[in-house]
Design a protein around this ligand. Structure first.
Ligand SMILES: Cc1cc2nc3c(=O)[nH]c(=O)nc-3n(C[C@H](O)[C@H](O)[C@H](O)COP(=O)(O)O)c2cc1C
Length: 182
């Protein structure tokens, strides 16, 4: 079972995240939690979120990159849901051993993520805060799925990324079930 935490403030206007989500949301075992639709006032139901995570083998965080990080509501979700005594610290073992997959889209193309590029650093420089959040909670970090140039990437390349996403989630589901899947 995969808890797919989706954080896009304007899902109806999305191109890249919408395509990615459409590729996986019908997989048996994937439960999508669209944070901006559930909590437009940022009043997160912490117990409900924690229940969904506790039931999952894999946690996916999917969102557009905003200011080199997550949209505000996902950051808020980290702060509220990944609580001490539950996700970390004494007795905080709820997420131990679960897999964590980060799925992120960027507006800029790959060439912006270089020392001489618009964003001044390789993409790898922006990974540690999210990766370490997962690791601090005892989760197993998967290779992130990154789609650069969300507005400009060709339809075919976007479809290929979406298919790759589906394959990866299907494989994680199959592994969790201990057998073959699609
Ligand atoms: C507030 C805001 C901050 C953003 N920050 C970044 C950024 O730091 N790096 C980047 O490459 N794109 C940035 N973008 C562009 C988004 O990542 C891009 O619009 C998104 O990935 C497109 O995905 P979608 O088609 O699902 O909406 C930002 C966009 C907004 C609105």
């Amino acid at each position: 079972m995969i808890a797919l935490i989706f954080a896009h403030p304007y899902p109806d206007r999305s191109r890249a995240n919408r395509a990615l989500l459409a590729a996986v949301r019908d997989l048996d075992g994937v439960a999508v939690r669209s944070l901006y639709e559930r909590y437009p006032d940022f009043d997160i139901d912490v117990a409900a979120e924690q229940r969904a995570l506790a039931e999952a083998d894999t946690v996916v965080w999917q969102h557009p990159m905003y200011w080199y990080s997550t949209p505000g509501l996902l950051k808020h979700w980290f702060e509220k849901v990944l609580a001490r005594g539950w996700a970390y610290g004494e007795g905080g073992t709820a997420l131990h051993g679960k897999r964590c997959l980060w799925v992120v889209t960027t507006g800029a193309g790959p060439s912006a993520f270089r020392p001489e590029g618009m964003h001044g650093h390789p993409m790898e420089a922006f990974v540690p805060p999210v990766e370490q959040t997962a690791r601090f909670c005892g989760m197993r970090w998967e290779e992130p799925l990154v789609v650069h140039g969300a507005h400009t990437v060709g339809d075919e390349a976007l479809a290929a990324a979406a298919a790759d996403y589906r394959r990866r989630l299907a494989a994680l589901l199959a592994e969790a079930r201990g057998g073959d899947d699609e």
